[in-house]
Design a protein around this ligand. Structure first.
Ligand SMILES: [Mg+2]
Length: 277
């Protein structure tokens, strides 16, 4: 009787990276969605704070509006105005006004985040495929993809929350990318993004994950606004972002897409040793 059991392990190299969009490759600070969420609630007579608007970032935008409307602080303010808690019909009505407003807002926020073109080129030189996922819906992405391509960024695949059964934190957008790019197993793929939901999505897909603490939703400021923070304030916000992403289970956290290539070297070494995400 054999006393040993042998396990199959992938020891090949990385094959692809799946990037998020806003706050990761375009729209430094993830500014475009935040203002629109605040505005759709304001149209219902309810003020939400920037922090409340940003907390569920990364989800399908319908799920995001629902998540804000379920926050106890928001329910309280909603009740003061409407005499009852927000219902799902209110969520649907806000989502319907959200989509056209978001299409208009994204067109102004599609600047490429510094380092994106260089990192994507370096990944392709290594033979990696470039995938992408987003909480944006198809009509919003139609605008973003065209603007990004004009600025030199065009991933090999893009999957929206509306293309699959459910968006983040479920893994389907990542897995659809792997299918479209014909890359497997999932431990040969990295998911990178600027929100907690991005990390959860990648982990749920069985991929390695890299969080970007500075360029996206966690700090939520443009580069010029970050430059105006006091050194103490900046350090405090950055440390909070790093610790939140590590607590979510990120394998690596760096400032932005410009700083991630050494993570790929490390993952390659771990794969060669037979490690899994
Ligand atoms: Mg993002």
């Amino acid at each position: 009787m054999n006393s040993f059991r042998f396990q199959r392990r992938y020891r090949g190299g990385l094959q692809g990276v799946v990037f998020d969009w806003a706050g990761t490759t375009v729209d430094y600070g993830c500014l475009a969605p935040a203002v629109v969420f605040i505005d759709v609630f304001r149209k219902q007579g309810v003020e939400v704070t920037v922090e409340e608007a940003r907390e569920p970032m990364g989800l399908h935008k319908l799920d995001h509006i629902r998540a804000i409307s379920h926050m106890p602080s928001v329910v309280r303010r909603w009740q003061e105005v409407h005499g009852q808690a927000p219902e799902d019909s209110d969520v649907m009505a806000m989502y319907e006004s959200f989509v056209p407003q978001q299409v208009a807002a994204v067109a102004k926020h599609t600047d490429i985040i510094p380092g994106t073109l260089e990192t994507v080129a370096a990944c392709r030189t290594r033979g990696l495929k470039i995938g992408s996922t987003t909480g944006y819906t198809g009509p919003i992405m139609d605008v973003v993809k065209v603007e990004a391509k004009q600025r030199g960024y065009e991933p090999d695949a893009t999957v929206c929350a509306t293309d699959v059964a459910a968006g983040r934190p479920e893994p389907w957008m990542c897995l659809r990318n792997a299918e479209l790019l014909r890359i497997y197993p999932m431990e040969a793929v990295v998911k990178a993004g600027d929100t907690i939901a991005d990390i959860q999505e990648g982990l749920n897909a069985g991929m390695w994950t890299i969080g970007f603490a500075k360029s996206g939703n966690e700090i939520g400021l443009s580069q010029s606004d970050i430059a105006r923070l006091s050194a103490d304030d900046y350090q405090r916000r950055l440390e909070r972002a790093y610790s939140r992403m590590y607590q979510a289970g990120a394998h690596y956290v760096v400032d932005s897409i410009a700083d991630m290539m050494h993570c790929l070297d490390d993952i390659e070494q771990r794969l060669a040793r037979g490690e899994t995400p």
